[in-house]
Design a protein around this ligand. Structure first.
Ligand SMILES: *Cc1c(COP(=O)(O)O)cnc(C)c1O
Length: 238
């Protein structure tokens, strides 16, 4: 029953999220197709993903492998759906991720990248990869440190069954748009540097911006914003 109640509000929160992205792009002087919306559906039921798909959403992000696989199983009829794995990734999970996702945003070690490339089924197109950068240099956070990024990217770009598409970060929370922009600007600069270091890699994706810092991220050049709460509502704390 609660699913039905939640679903009724999804229509308006989805429209509001789209409107927010539209306004942010306009305020940044960017074209409306300059950034895509990734709907982060972790902890939310398959029925909500189905409704978002009915509203026109195609890109979905999941953090927890087992939960994601169960939902994917219920949603095999949704044409054109694109699955992004955005959560922490351990070695023992790479095979399933390589088999069941289109994108991985959380690669921060060569070992994980190699496994994903080896385990990507050859009948599927190459797996799209973003390298996660620990842009705020937090001890507790996943991600490659900025000074180690160039070397990791160079190696990942050589792996046959991956396509290195760009960078992802989850900056430390900051108050106010100016403070929010600083780490996002640093990620953009790292991205631009990578594009000139690796001119042959298909680097077109800057995955940054969440429900709290969407506007700052769009100002700093995000091409894929990852919204969970703004679309699906608050999550129960796990
Ligand atoms: C949960 C999550 C999001 C979405 O966060 P919201 O604040 O709910 O928009 C985005 N990116 C990653 C990597 C996440 O884990």
């Amino acid at each position: 029953m609660t699913d039905i109640a939640l679903n009724e509000s999804l229509g308006s929160s989805y429209a509001q999220a789209r409107e927010r992205l539209r306004n942010a792009l306009e305020n940044a002087g960017r074209t409306q197709d300059a950034a895509q919306l990734l709907a982060v559906s972790k902890t939310k039921p398959a029925a909500m993903i189905r409704q978002a798909w009915q509203l026109g959403q195609r890109e979905f992000g999941e953090n927890y492998l087992q939960e994601a696989l169960e939902k994917q199983n219920e949603l095999t009829d949704l044409e054109g759906i694109v699955w992004h794995f955005i959560g922490p990734l351990q070695s023992n999970k790479t095979r399933s991720v390589a088999e069941h996702f289109d994108w991985v945003h959380s690669v921060d070690r060569l070992k994980i990248a190699k496994r994903l490339s080896e385990q990507r089924p050859t009948h599927l197109s190459p797996l799209n990869i973003c390298l996660q950068v620990n842009i705020s240099r937090e001890d507790s956070k996943a991600g490659v440190l900025p000074e180690e990024l160039a070397e990791l990217a160079k190696q990942v770009a050589t792996l046959p069954n991956l396509r290195l598409r760009g960078l992802m970060a989850i900056p430390a929370p900051a108050e106010g748009i100016d403070a929010q922009r600083q780490p996002l600007a640093a990620l953009r600069e790292a991205f631009t540097a990578l594009q000139s270091n690796l001119p042959d890699a298909p680097l077109d994706t800057l995955s940054m911006g969440m429900s709290d810092d969407l506007e700052a991220a769009v100002l700093e050049g995000a091409t894929l914003v990852r919204l969970g709460t703004a679309i699906f509502g608050a999550r129960q704390s796990a």
